[in-house]
Write a protein that binds this ligand. Structure first.
Ligand code: NAD
Length: 437
């Protein structure tokens, strides 16, 4: 099928590449001309493992192209909307970009159908949007285009860091449709993918996405809350989590990793947006408010652990390992690492130097005042404290004794529980982690 994908961010780009890999002909469209120029030259604009090779191959084989114009929406049977839905000032999802993209599709279809009517089109929403958005997208297109089209809700569940695999082999595909014709087209589109397809109405599809992310965020806040009890009672939160996951009703993939709290461009905004929708319909928000509060407090708790270890040190030097909101991505949006860096910077005599294997460019844009090192070793040289904030695999098995010698005072706050506390202490570190003695 010929497809257009609007928006070339984490979702749009990987989705476009994934559909091309499955044999469809895809044009990815973005209003950001610099991104289109870079992508057309075969350079990915984000870091995502495995993406570059797949992108280049599909470009070379003629199934994938990039454009700054919406023209491709005319030829395409389906146009995916995969633009951002950032939180508005009150926390509700800002639909400006989605509705603008919808209107731009409509404009282009209108121009092209002046003389000859076009065959029916699908406008498929992949962005994460509140209930009722399918209807708004329909209105946005219909306000400029009078031809036949249907709006489909097809939320995306990919995770940054494993996005390529998640798109090529999704756990499930949710399709919110209103007609059998749209269902048949969507099934055809996803035929090359081996996955479970759930067909629902558009509103349920929209809600499934927010419900999934909010439940995952709840698991994280739940285990983080318990980690505080574990720290006070001498229990080990990693063992507690291992015990919970053996329950088949919960399972080994439950999101029960205690740490600095969830971040990224999805969980924080999606929990907030769902809370806003609940409030709008006069449904109690207590539950999600607590999830958010625990998450905010967790960042403060990590910063306090660091401050506690540094209380007798003047002009302390602190190394931060990991700035991305999680491993295997360059995304620092709502990253706990940057929030914790900001909290530490409140101390006037502190010198902080950060390091991340992939998030240098994004960090420079988000927090220009943070000094960056070129390597993990450079960051810890002469430091009084190392704070580990992202679980990159390159941080997982260092020679702790060598590390301790490089630092001025060997101290670690391990907010990702990467090391064995006994080993770290045996190597000479004063060591704190999350929910473990
Ligand atoms: P992003 O910010 O990385 O990318 C959005 C892109 O859309 C940008 O390149 C921007 O230039 C482009 N854009 C904005 N307005 C446009 C317009 N009118 N026409 C064409 N292009 C336009 O966003 P993202 O992280 O890819 O997220 C996109 C959506 O998918 C959001 O709703 C998000 O919640 C959802 N989502 C994200 C993830 C994730 O892990 N990032 C996972 C699942 C779902």
């Amino acid at each position: 099928m010929k497809l257009a994908v609007i928006g070339t961010g984490y979702v749009g780009l990987v989705t476009g590449v994934g559909f091309a890999e499955m044999g469809h002909h895809v044009t990815c469209i973005d209003v950001d001309k610099a991104k289109i120029a870079k992508l057309s030259a075969g350079q990915p604009t984000i870091y995502e493992p495995g993406l570059e090779e797949l992108m280049k191959r599909n470009q070379k084989e003629g199934r994938l192209s990039f454009s700054g114009s919406y023209e491709a929406a005319v030829e395409s049977e389906a146009s995916f909307i995969a633009v951002g839905t950032p939180p508005g000032e009150d926390g509700s999802a800002d639909l400006t970009y989605v509705l603008k993209a919808a209107a731009s599709i409509g404009d282009e279809l209108t121009k092209a159908s002046k003389d000859n009517p076009l065959p029916p089109k699908l406008v498929i929403n992949k962005s994460t949007v509140p209930v009722g958005t399918a209807h708004k997208v329909k209105e946005a297109v219909a306000s400029v285009y009078s031809g036949a089209f249907e709006v489909v809700s097809n939320p995306e569940f990919l995770r940054e860091g494993t996005a390529v695999g998640d798109v090529l082999k999704p756990d499930r595909v949710v399709i919110g449709i209103q007609t059998k014709e749209a269902e048949a087209k969507m099934r055809e589109l996803y035929r090359p993918f081996e996955t479970t397809i759930l067909v629902t109405d558009p509103t349920s599809a929209e809600l499934i996405k927010y419900a999934s992310n909010s439940l995952l965020a709840t698991e994280i806040s739940f285990i983080n809350l318990l980690s505080r009890l574990a720290a006070k009672t001498g229990a080990d939160i990693t063992q507690v989590a291992a015990g919970i996951k053996l329950d088949k009703r919960i399972g080994p993939n439950a999101f029960l990793s205690a740490g600095p709290g969830y971040g990224g461009s999805c969980f924080p905004k999606d929990v907030q947006a769902l809370a806003k929708t609940l409030a709008e319909y006069q449904v109690d928000t207590t539950f999600l408010d607590a999830v958010e509060q625990v998450n905010a407090d967790q960042r403060v708790m990590v910063a306090e652990l660091a401050n506690e270890l540094l209380k007798d040190t003047d002009n302390p030097r602190v190394a931060l390992w990991g700035l991305a909101f999680k491993a295997n991505t360059d995304d620092v949006r709502m990253s706990p690492a940057l929030d914790i860096a900001r909290l530490l910077m409140r101390r006037k005599d502190i010198h902080i130097i950060g390091y991340d294997p992939e998030a240098e460019v994004t960090t420079r844009a988000a927090l220009p005042e943070l000094k960056l090192a070129d390597s993990s070793e450079e960051a810890i040289a002469g430091a009084d404290l190392l704070l580990i904030l992202t679980d990159w695999s390159e941080f997982k098995q260092p020679d702790l004794a060598v590390m301790a010698k490089k630092m001025r005072s060997p101290r670690i706050v391990d907010a990702r529980n990467l090391y064995d506390p006994a080993e770290a202490r045996a190597a000479g570190f004063e060591y704190r982690s999350i929910g473990r003695a």
